[in-house]
Structures are given as C-alpha cells and as structure tokens.
Design a protein around this ligand. Structure first.
Ligand code: PLP
Length: 450
C-alpha cells in the first residue's frame, strides 16, 4: 500500500511548529473558512509546482507509479490547464515548423483557447451521422480514412473520451492508427481519472494514448481544480526530458501561486487510490448496474457507456433532461448535466446508499408522459474564415444570435457544462450553425468586429 504523503506531511509539520507566517497568503493560517491553516505558499521546503524538485516531485512520482505512466504532473487549475500544457508539450516535440492537429469536434473550450494562444491550426473530425454537441465518436477506420486523404499529415490527433454523456472512444484502435502514421495521440480524459483502477483498465494511457489529462476532482476525492497530466512510457521511449518540459509548458499558462490545498488533496488521493479503491470502485459499478436494471423495470431507458456515469434518456418517459433535473432537485438530488433529451449523473464510491435510494424513489414516484423522438439538428461542416488565433484575439462585439448570420465567430459562446463550442473562433456563422445555437438556447455571441 502507498502511504507516503510528502506534501500533506510537510504542511502538518509546519502547522505543528507554530510559525509566525510573515509571508503570503494574507489569512496567515487563521480560520475563516476553516481550511486556511493548511493553505500555505512556496516557503522553504515546500517545493514549487512549476519547477518541482522536492516534495511535490516526490508526490507526483508516487502518482506516476499508481497510474503506471512515465511521468505524471499535477495541475491545480483543472484539466483546463493540463490540456493546454499537453498541447504545448506535443508541440515542443514536433518536427514541423507549424504544428497542426486533427481533433474530434466535441472539444472543451479550453482546447480552443490553447489553440489561439499557441496559434495551432486545427482540422476537425466530424461524424455527421452521430454527432450531437456532446458526442463525436470517431472510429479507427474513419480516422485512418481521414488521414489517408489529408495532403499534409497532422502532428497530433486529439480525442475527448469519455465525453460528457459518457461515450468512450476506441482508444486502442485510434492509437494504432496514429502510431502507424507516427502521429501522437492526445486524449482529454477529464472525466476518466478513475478508469485506470477498474478490474481491466480503460484508462487512455493504458490503451495507447501518448499524453492525456485527467480531472482528478471530477471522479476522485480531490478538491476542485486538482488534475493530472500523464505522459506514457511509450512516448518516453522516444523523447527525453518530458517531466522538465511539461513543467516549462505548464508555466506558460499557470498561475505562479498554485493552491497548496489542492496539492495536498492530490497528495492524499495517492493513499486513497492505493488503499482499497479498486474494490470500492468495483462495488459502485455493481450498484450502478443494478440501479440501471431497476430503471429498466420502470421503463426508463438509461446507459452506462462509462462505468461511473449514468445517462438517462428522458425522452423515454416524455420529459426533457432539464425538466427531469428540476424534478430531481425538488427531491434533493442535483445532477451533473441535463439538456433537451438527456440527464447525466456522476457517482463515485463516495456516494452512499442514501443517494441511490433517493434516486430510485424519485424515479418510482415520477409521473411519466408520452415518450418522444430525439430530433438533433445535424451539425454542419464548419466554414473557416480565418485562424482561431486571429478571430479570438480580434476586436469583437457581442450581438444577439439571430443577428449573427454571415459574421465570424470571435469568442465561442458556450453553456457550462458542457463548455463545448458549437461554432469555433474564425468560423462563419451560417444559418445552420445559428439554428443549432437556438436549439441549445444560446442567446448572444461574440463576433469579429467588421
Ligand atoms: C471534456 C472536458 N475537458 C476538460 C474540462 C476541463 O476540466 P477542469 O474543470 O478540470 O478544468 C472539462 C470540464 O468539464 C470537460 O468536460
């Protein structure tokens, strides 16, 4: 069992020594919220996240061995920071003078921001048959066909898996295609930190991804903001200094004051992961499967595309996802995400039996309506007018969506969650795109000033 928690221990000792804190932060360790005592800064011995050589490096090494990676680095600003770091790191190891990436369209907004800051050109992988805003499943054959017809090969492929409704890509197959073309596979695994600890790992790094980011805080007991950037052993066979370069890459985007509360939380999570977590995870997966089966008996359609995410198809009982979320709220249940059709619930071993019972009771008491069909508007092919960077950094104005036809998208309007843009910076806002925005209730949009 892994019991070393160097960051947490350092802070505990600092508290015991009863020091006068003549340094930041301004609360001086005096409790207002209740956690200030543990909130320190880069004092002597506390190491520095962006150039770690001491306790932080030691803790990251423990995380790396738990996730079986070449190296793992912590982020205290979520996967949003980790994915920017991942893109910069991939860029650093590419031979081409202008880094290009091929990305499945359902990217998180942080990806668009990173492309603007790093001036990355993106080719989009779109799946017209299956796409909704949240999902863009790309099968290996489709990736292979797409790469074949590209005149200039990308430097990396970027996939979001699991996506917001839990759908998971065939990472093993996609990695094989990428590696056959000598292309890196980058995965936004924000929703899947726990996947490594299943009986059979489904974690992207174990399935062949070169780099991936995990939001520890989404599925593990870590404070909001705690995340990992993982580098695969395969990538480390080809490239050197990945740990040091990942830190340099992170420094471009990160605050110089990383939260020590979040670092301690990541540190303690290592012990949690190595003390019975796989067993607890297995039990939660079993509980979720039986919950799904009981919903089925109530004629409620639901999916466990991803083992810890229960996605309920609310059309199966004639309600919208948002309507169902409002109903559940009255029953003291807050869900993760809801849209016109679906409702997403995220569970972990930290959910107790009461949560499951409440949920089942709420659905047993639900007055169902007539089921209806889904009618997703088809995602049109994007039409590019200028680069993401040009558009996102241009002068822009905010206008009502219905007046935006023909304009160029500056800063994408996203609802959060899922923070996935419908139109990306630099694209022309066509009638079809605006219809989709209307479908997702987006009222205003930033457009490039003419
Ligand atoms: C797919 C995906 N990627 C990245 C992020 C950003 O993660 P974080 O909130 O940890 O910064 C999110 C956040 O919801 C997400 O859903």
């Amino acid at each position: 069992m892994q019991t070393k928690t160097p960051i947490y221990d350092f802070v505990s000792e600092y508290i015991q020594n009863d020091m006068s804190r003549l340094h930041m932060p301004g609360h001086k360790g005096k409790n207002v919220l209740g956690c200030e005592e543990r909130d320190i800064t880069e004092i002597d011995g506390a190491d520095y996240l962006l150039k770690s050589e001491g306790i932080i490096k030691e803790s990251e090494t423990i995380a790396s061995s738990l996730f079986d990676t070449a190296c793992t680095i912590y982020s205290t600003e979520g996967s949003t920071l980790a994915l920017k770091t991942m893109l910069r790191l991939a860029m650093q190891y590419s031979d081409s003078s202008h880094f290009r990436i091929l990305a499945a369209r359902n990217v998180h907004i942080g990806f668009v921001h990173a492309c603007a800051l790093l001036d990355i050109d993106v080719d989009w992988l779109i799946n017209e048959e299956l796409d909704s805003l949240t999902s863009c499943m790309i099968i290996p054959e489709r990736l292979a066909a797409f790469l074949k017809q590209m005149e200039e090969k990308p430097d990396a492929v970027y996939i979001t898996s699991p996506d917001y409704v839990g759908k998971m890509a065939d990472i093993r197959g996609l990695a094989e295609v990428c590696h056959a073309h000598n292309i890196l596979l980058l995965v936004d695994n924000a929703h899947g930190a726990y996947l490594h600890f299943l009986e059979t790992s489904l974690h992207p790094i174990d399935l062949g991804a070169d780099l991936c980011c995990d939001s520890a805080h989404k599925t593990l007991p870590v404070l909001t903001g705690g995340a990992y950037l993982h580098v695969s052993k395969r990538m480390a066979q080809t490239y050197c200094d990945l740990y040091e370069n990942a830190k340099k890459a992170m420094s471009l985007f990160a605050s110089t004051s990383p939260s020590y509360l979040i670092l301690q939380s990541l540190d303690l999570c290592n012990t949690y992961l190595s003390s019975g977590f796989p067993e607890q995870l297995k039990n939660t997966c079993i509980d979720l499967t039986s919950l799904k089966n009981r919903l089925e008996q109530l004629h409620i359609r639901s999916y466990l595309y991803e083992p810890l995410k229960l996605t309920i198809d609310c059309t199966s009982f004639g309600m919208s996802g948002t309507e169902t979320a409002a109903y559940l709220r009255q029953k003291h249940i807050e869900c993760e995400y809801a849209d016109n059709y679906d409702l997403v619930l995220m569970m972990t071993p930290k959910n107790d039996i009461r949560d499951f019972i409440r949920f089942e009771n709420a659905f047993s008491a639900l007055t169902k309506k007539t089921a209806f069909q889904r009618d997703f508007p088809v995602m049109p092919k994007p039409i590019k007018a200028c680069s993401i960077r040009e558009a996102l950094l241009a002068n822009s104005i905010t206008i009502p969506t219905e007046e935006a036809e023909g304009c160029i998208c500056a800063c994408p309007s996203v609802s959060c969650p899922p923070a996935i843009p419908i139109a990306v910076s630099g694209e022309i806002l066509t009638k079809e795109v605006l219809q989709i925005m209307k479908f997702y209730h987006i009222q205003t949009i930033d457009v490039v000033r003419k």
